[in-house]
Design a protein around this ligand. Structure first.
Ligand SMILES: NC(=O)c1ccc[n+]([C@@H]2O[C@H](COP(=O)([O-])OP(=O)(O)OC[C@H]3O[C@@H](n4cnc5c(N)ncnc54)[C@H](O)[C@@H]3O)[C@@H](O)[C@H]2O)c1
Length: 258
């Protein structure tokens, strides 16, 4: 067990939330190929079991844990199960999120805002509060929050999502500064649009329209690939990232101006 502040332990064990598909799954694949034991946390048990089975067939050491991160007790149980099976954690990737319903912010229901914040903000907070204390005791850890460019720029008709991602960015900055001298680094990633299930199911024409709108503001004129986001997350989980904390890492094909 590492107790020297800032010294990487000789094991690599990560929790990734929202691991059953999309960006979370790509991060799990990447971390597994970097030699991590990976706990896949997701509330979609069926999808989770399928992807965990396929990762194991590729030789990965993975554990599938069905958990709704909005429920603090479930998070505590998931952590106990994870540590018992894999050992003490060195990395947490807070990736699970929902988009919420779209529409004018002036007409939005406060309950819908709460639903989005429960997953995107409080879910991440539950995981941080459950997992980080043991990292602090070990003197080493990495927390990566998957935010969004929406949290920097706002997103018309997705006000709750954008505000929740702004909250996650701010949580990253606060926590990063609080923990800066502990060996536990906290950073976030702000991707532009990736072609994943988060946008829901659309008719073919509608989907093309939505995608064209999303790409209008991306100078590279394409979606970020999930493996590109995973590459950045893997670096932020590693000891190769050693002098960045409370920081916001852009991956938006030239869209972000800060
Ligand atoms: N796709 C994009 O365009 C895009 C752009 C910027 C940022 N992001 C961010 O990247 C992350 C991953 O997005 P994605 O596109 O892969 O999404 P996705 O919808 O494809 O996958 C999200 C996963 O999170 C899980 N999840 C949702 N609520 C949960 C809960 N309460 N408890 C446990 N698991 C839960 C879902 O079951 C799902 O498997 C999110 O934080 C998202 O905001 C996505």
């Amino acid at each position: 067990m590492s107790t020297v502040v800032g010294q990487e332990p000789d094991w690599r064990i990560a929790v990734v939330t929202g691991a059953a598909r999309g960006i979370g799954l790509a991060i799990c694949e990447r971390l597994a190929s970097d030699g991590y034991a990976v706990a896949l946390w997701d509330r979609d048990e069926a999808a989770l079991d399928a992807v965990a089975g396929s990762l194991r067939k590729q030789g990965a050491n993975v554990l599938a844990v069905a958990v709704d991160i909005t429920d603090r007790e479930q998070v505590n149980r998931a952590l106990a199960q994870t540590v018992a099976a894999l050992g003490p954690l060195t990395a947490l990737v807070n990736n699970a999120a929902i988009l919420g319903s779209s529409g004018p912010t002036v007409e939005a229901s406060p309950d819908e805002w709460k639903r989005v914040f429960d997953v995107n903000v409080f879910g991440a907070l539950h995981c941080v509060q459950a997992i980080v204390p043991a990292m602090l005791a070990n003197g080493w850890g990495r927390v990566v929050n998957v935010a969004s460019i929406a949290g920097k720029e706002g997103n018309p008709f997705a006000g709750a999502y954008a505000a929740s991602k702004a909250a996650l960015i701010s949580m990253t900055k606060s926590l990063g500064k609080e923990l800066a001298a502990t060996g536990v680094l906290v950073n976030c990633i702000t991707p532009s649009a990736a072609d994943t299930d988060i946008f829901g199911v659309h008719e073919e024409g509608q989907r093309a329209q939505l995608q064209a709108r999303l790409l209008e503001r991306v100078p590279m004129k394409r979606f970020v690939r999930v493996d590109e986001v995973a590459e950045m997350a893997a670096w932020l989980c590693s000891s190769r990232c050693s002098f960045s904390t409370g920081a916001v890492f852009d991956i938006s094909g030239g869209r972000a101006v800060y």
